[in-house]
Design a protein around this ligand. Structure first.
Ligand code: NAD
Length: 330
């Protein structure tokens, strides 16, 4: 199976080469993102592999179909960038990598929470300037605090298990209740509005879809206590970023720590230091003292990269054998 890997990044290529070395698949790598302009690079390939910043919308899928691409394997759990209905209509098979390491993402969510609460980045900056004062560095104990998890799927349930060890009260909201979390980790399910009004910390671990687009908007922010921290490791567009910034500026929110940003495509994963993007919203996030931003790095662990590569090869192998991969989306 000839496969073109879009958005191939230097740190993941060795894992993909390693996973494919004993397989029948030949992988070629390009740094370009998949867009309407780069779709033609897939001419001559049976399959493509894409990541979260690649654009597999209807127009792009039509082009890929014309160019003979039959399969798309995602190196990500989220698939909000793929028009699955269109893929089905065009008979392009799609599969993702849903379970490569929920722990990697959950651990990063906890890293963001601890860092923003205990002001670790501010502290590190201060000591580099020989300022060893603590006036700006007072945080809160997590013990006995009420922590809300929005989305208790693979990642959210690992977050709940980790937070249980901090002796926190965990409340959650999800369209499916996870009985294991209720019985073994004391998780209490409630409505999103109640969760927003009760919690000291709110973690977002939901997929981006039509029901979650800008779920955390002005109305939800108005329900929150002013000492609340929001931690987002899902997708940037599950929050209304401008409303978050307004809430921070008016002291109605304590902090926003995020690994994702709604307009991150084409910016995150690149060194843009000598070609700074004109994006005022991003600039406002980066400059805000109550915002902590990481560049979609939650998946960047050795174990996650190794599992993503293995799943990519598994998906291709299933199609080669004319079988459905277990991670089939379309
Ligand atoms: P999952 O499918 O296992 O869990 C998602 C949960 O959200 C499910 O339990 C689902 O029922 C729930 N949900 C869906 N819509 C909802 C709604 N409207 N209200 C409440 N709950 C809702 O997915 P996961 O593996 O836990 O991943 C979640 C998301 O995290 C992914 O879709 C992806 O966007 C993001 N992610 C980010 C990174 C990163 O590097 N930052 C890595 C992996 C995944």
């Amino acid at each position: 199976m000839r496969t073109l890997v879009y958005s191939a990044k230097d740190f993941e290529i060795p894992y993909l080469n390693n996973a494919s070395q004993d397989s029948i698949h030949s992988l070629d790598f390009i740094e370009d993102r998949l867009t309407t302009h780069t779709a033609m690079k897939a001419i001559g390939y049976d399959a493509i592999s894409i990541f979260s910043a690649d654009d597999a919308s209807a127009n792009v899928l039509e082009k890929l179909k014309d160019f003979g691409v039959q399969y798309i394997t995602l190196r990500s759990a989220g698939y909000d960038n793929v028009n699955l209905n269109k893929a089905k209509k065009l008979n392009i098979k799609v599969a993702n990598a849903p379970d490569y390491s929920p722990n990697a993402i959950a651990e990063h969510a906890i890293a963001l929470l601890l860092a923003i609460n205990r002001k670790i980045t501010i502290s590190n900056k201060q000591v580099q300037e020989y300022n060893f004062t603590l006036s700006n560095l007072v945080g809160m104990d997590l013990k006995r605090k009420t922590i809300g998890i929005i989305g208790t799927g693979r990642i959210g349930s690992v977050i709940a298990k980790i937070l249980h060890g901090f002796d926190t009260q965990i409340v959650a909201t999800d369209i499916d209740l996870n009985k294991n979390l209720i019985h073994n980790y004391g998780v209490r399910y409630t409505t999103i509005k109640e969760l927003c009004s009760q919690c000291d910390v709110i973690l977002l671990s939901i997929p981006l879809n039509t029901s979650t687009y800008q779920l955390i908007d002005k109305e939800m922010l108005n329900c929150m206590k002013p000492n609340t921290y929001i931690i987002n490791i899902s997708r940037g567009a599950v929050v209304h970023t401008k409303s978050i910034l307004e809430a921070l500026d008016s002291n109605r929110l304590a902090g926003y720590a995020t690994d994702v940003y709604e307009k991150e495509s084409g910016v995150f994963f690149y060194n843009r230091s000598s070609d700074i993007p004109e994006d005022h919203l991003l600039e406002s996030l980066l400059k805000h003292p109550k915002v902590l931003l990481t560049p979609h790095q939650a998946f960047a662990t050795q174990e996650a990269l190794s599992n993503i590569a293995a799943t990519t090869i598994e998906n291709l192998t299933a199609w080669q054998r004319d079988e459905h991969p277990k991670n089939r989306l379309a």
